[in-house]
Design a protein around this ligand. Structure first.
Ligand code: TYD
Length: 214
């Protein structure tokens, strides 16, 4: 683990509301004077954002599932080396909207590529970096999908309900296997309530790390 900093990741199915929570958390920590790097996957670097465009293009129907996996992993490799590791070394709190668990849930379980392959590639991409805390914003697939505008969906959002159900199941299984790292919160709660819940988990971690005072 890189020195000093803290890595917090947010995960969840489409429309879980995690991006709103990422924004709110960063704002709250900013008010408390905690220096944060906020980023997202796929993306967060110039190279990663170019990869994102190729990945989400709804006309790229012919994209092979291995191509998809390699592109997500490539974007992650770049983000970790260019932004995340330097920020952690500088002692910052890094908040990521999606990280390695997304590939395990979406490509490993959703696309049925298997966890072993994805975990191996993730290890390379992340330089073995593991989040200190992963907030899984869990919401039933139907609820999440109901929050998206149906005429403006990206390539992955257009996938069948069964795919998204597998992804959700994959996430819940990951959370059960690593209860120390994962905090599962109910994405169906009102955003304000969810914000409070998330903040309590983060506060506890940052106090433990000496970043926030007791
Ligand atoms: P995005 O618009 O960021 O979706 P969301 O707001 O739900 O996070 O698009 C990212 C999409 O890419 C989303 O459908 C999840 C998917 N994804 C993977 O399939 N594997 C991955 O490793 C990552 C990071 C994302």
């Amino acid at each position: 683990m890189a020195a000093r900093g803290v890595l917090i990741t947010f995960e969840g199915v489409e429309g879980s509301g995690k991006s709103t929570q990422v924004e709110r958390l960063a704002k709250r920590l900013g008010v408390l004077g905690v220096s944060c790097l906020v980023s997202r996957e796929p993306g967060g670097t110039e190279i990663g954002e170019s990869i994102r465009v190729a990945l989400l293009n709804p006309y790229h129907n012919e994209m092979h599932c291995l191509t998809e996996l390699f592109l997500f992993v490539a974007a992650r490799t770049q983000l970790v080396r260019e932004k995340v590791l330097p920020a952690l070394t500088a002692g910052k709190v890094v908040i990521l909207d999606r990280f390695a668990d997304s590939s395990l849930a979406y490509q490993g379980v959703g696309r049925e590529l298997g966890e072993k392959l994805v975990a191996r590639l993730n290890k390379l991409a992340t330089a073995s970096l593991k989040p200190h805390l992963t907030v899984l914003v869990d919401v039933p697939v139907g609820v999440g999908q109901g929050r998206k505008e149906s005429d403006n969906l990206d390539r992955l959002e257009r996938e069948r309900v069964e795919f998204h159900e597998r992804v959700r199941g994959g996430y819940l299984q990951l959370a059960r296997r690593a209860p120390g790292r994962f905090k599962v919160v109910d994405g169906a709660l009102p955003a304000d309530e969810l914000e409070g819940l998330v903040f309590r988990h983060v506060e506890e971690l940052l106090k433990r790390k000496g970043i926030l005072r007791e």
